[in-house]
Ligand binder design. Sequence first.
Ligand SMILES: Cc1cc2nc3c(=O)[nH]c(=O)nc-3n(C[C@H](O)[C@H](O)[C@H](O)COP(=O)(O)OP(=O)(O)OC[C@H]3O[C@@H](n4cnc5c(N)ncnc54)[C@H](O)[C@@H]3O)c2cc1C
Ligand code: SF4
Length: 447
Amino acid sequence: MGNPKAFLTIPRQEAGYRPVHDRINDYGEVEQTLNTSERKLQASRCMDCGVPFCHWACPLGNRPPEFQDALYKGKWKEAYEILSLTNDFPEFTGRVCPALCEKSCVLKLTIDAPVTIREDECAVVEAAFREGYVQPQAIERNGKRVAVIGSGPSGLSAANQLNKKGYEVTVFEKDEYIGGLLRFGIPNFKLNKAIIDRRIAVMEAEGVTFRTNTEIDVTHLPEGFDAYCICTGTPQARDLAIPGRELKGIHLAMEMLAQQNRVLAGQTFGDAERITAKGKHVLVIGGGDTGSDCIGTSHRQGALDVTQIEIMPKPPVGHNPATPWPQWPVVLKTSSSHEEGCTRRWCLNSKRFIGTEDGHVCGVEVEEVEWTPAPDGGRPVMKPTGRTEVIQADLVLLAMGFLRPQQPEFPENVFVAGDAATGASLVVRCIASGRKAASDIDQYLKR
Ligand SMILES: Cc1cc2nc3c(=O)[nH]c(=O)nc-3n(C[C@H](O)[C@H](O)[C@H](O)COP(=O)(O)OP(=O)(O)OC[C@H]3O[C@@H](n4cnc5c(N)ncnc54)[C@H](O)[C@@H]3O)c2cc1C
Ligand code: SF4
């Protein structure tokens, strides 16, 4: 460990976001970076606490104390090598991970100022690409073939791990680009798509074959492979079956987010097809991260105003005794998109959409609800209050999560990973799940 007392004198410093007025009109990444010496100082704050809960909290089992130490000492290559032992794609998690590790950092408990693990991770991998430490490796083949269906983070990590173990890997992807929700869900202002392309180029150079525009029927898997990894995500979003759902101007969040990402990739859409918030009062139904991405996208498209409503109560601000350290704290999250301007409301149940004479949505009737704790400690019970109001909206985005897919019974050489296995989760969990599936497939094929 480099500097055992640094955490006493060096405060946590986040790089922060670009100023709102600067970022609101473009889709460039909102997060800034620190310079090299500031970054090393941040890494020096890791006090190598003896029982590093960050290892436990990170689904990948990343080793923050080890790579912080190397980073603090300016050993960037070594830091990258430590990081890439456990994480195939630190450039994705370094940008979009909610940093479960930081919430369990001992410095979070003691002074509420954890080590900037996620940002440090991103700095290390960016330096590795810049300095040429990330180079395609020659891989000895073992003569066996594996098909990966779906190219989101779980499919990519499964493919990467299997390829490194010597399997000949083909990734089948139904969309025109590789990346799954990294490509089409997460907006460019959180993850620039060139970051995905850069990694795909390394994987291709190492021998992974990618087949885009190829939808696979998972009940009739292509022949010629020794094993299969199903990484098809959670394609079905939760809808809102209330009166007026058929009105124009009501869309699932992914319809808007995916289209915007396609537009930024150069595709064009006619006026009838284009979903845009320009000049509109936008209502986002659903208080989670997907909803937050709809808010940021709406701002960039030129919305007049944005409101986000959530049926559940407002989470506690700052600290929640129900989720003490080192657990993930269930507290109010304010994203960069919220900072850009948004009215946020809770405990509102949507009753019906209201339309204009020409069949376009113009508002949503909502009812205030109250939540009472369940006597058995389970999910709280919702009680309608009868207090209703209409929220004006001419674009409504439904961001209420995704249905957990039901998988058919597969033969023993078929493995399932990522959101397809668990329901909607996080990029970091999907990378971990893809790695686990690759290890299981390897064990299976070595029997
Ligand atoms: C809007 C949004 C924002 C998010 N932001 C974050 C974030 O900031 N941080 C975070 O950690 N997580 C975030 N998530 C969650 C994260 O993106 C997902 O948990 C993760 O991408 C799931 O990975 P996956 O590999 O399981 O599946 P996906 O990423 O969903 O990829 C599945 C792929 O399989 C393909 N496919 C499906 N069926 C077939 C078939 N039959 N044949 C061929 N291909 C097929 C799909 O086209 C898709 O490309 C976000 C999710 C959304 C929706
Ligand atoms: S992947 Fe996420 S949880 Fe794991 S060390 Fe990186 S930021 Fe922390």
